[in-house]
Design a protein around this ligand. Structure first.
Ligand SMILES: Cc1cc2nc3c(=O)[nH]c(=O)nc-3n(C[C@H](O)[C@H](O)[C@H](O)COP(=O)(O)O)c2cc1C
Length: 157
């Protein structure tokens, strides 16, 4: 489910010219690849009412490069069957160490297997989040002279 949302967010970024996106699982996102990006969407399922352990590990690994990620646009999305809002708040609190340009509101999507109609709405919201992130990246590139790229971190169970 989180992967589906990540893909929809990635689709949304393509509405902004010049943006390229990489989808990465939390366990395959390295500090080096993260530093190279100009913006980020962090996504995670809710596990036991909080973000996934893999996303926490990924964010912990990024602590060492926090100054190189500072100020960049960051968005958050989560999925869950009730704990998704808490998971979103977990990630937003932790990524505060990057002093990011927050792309808010993030999205906390309720996972309801087999319900096609709400997913259609969620998909629209996810793409909208991606577009908002991409616009923030493009805006920052215009003002700071850096090239626009986004990188998506996707937390998996
Ligand atoms: C180990 C585990 C623990 C979970 N704990 C919670 C929870 O505490 N609260 C919640 O809302 N959903 C919980 N869920 C459900 C997932 O958050 C939900 O199904 C999520 O959308 C799955 O995303 P995924 O398909 O990307 O793994 C749990 C799922 C797993 C596998």
């Amino acid at each position: 489910m989180t992967k589906r949302v990540a893909e929809a967010v990635a689709q949304g970024t393509k509405r902004v010219p010049g943006i390229t996106v990489e989808l990465k699982k939390a366990e395959s996102a390295t500090a080096k690849s993260a530093v190279a990006a100009d913006g980020y969407a962090f996504g995670s399922p809710s596990h036991f009412g909080i973000m996934s352990g893999k996303m926490l590990t990924a964010l912990t690994d990024l602590y060492s490069v926090r100054l190189k990620m500072a100020g960049k646009p960051m968005a958050v999305f989560t999925t869950g069957t009730g704990g998704q809002v808490t998971a979103l708040e977990n990630i937003e609190r932790i990524i505060g160490i990057f002093n990011p340009t927050f792309v808010k509101p993030g999205i906390a999507i309720e996972t309801v297997p087999g319900r096609a109609s709400p997913w259609a709405i969620d998909k629209v919201q996810s793409a909208d989040l991606g577009e908002r992130l991409a616009k923030a990246v493009a805006k920052r590139a215009r003002t700071s002279g850096t090239g626009p790229k986004t990188r998506l971190g996707e937390g998996r169970s």
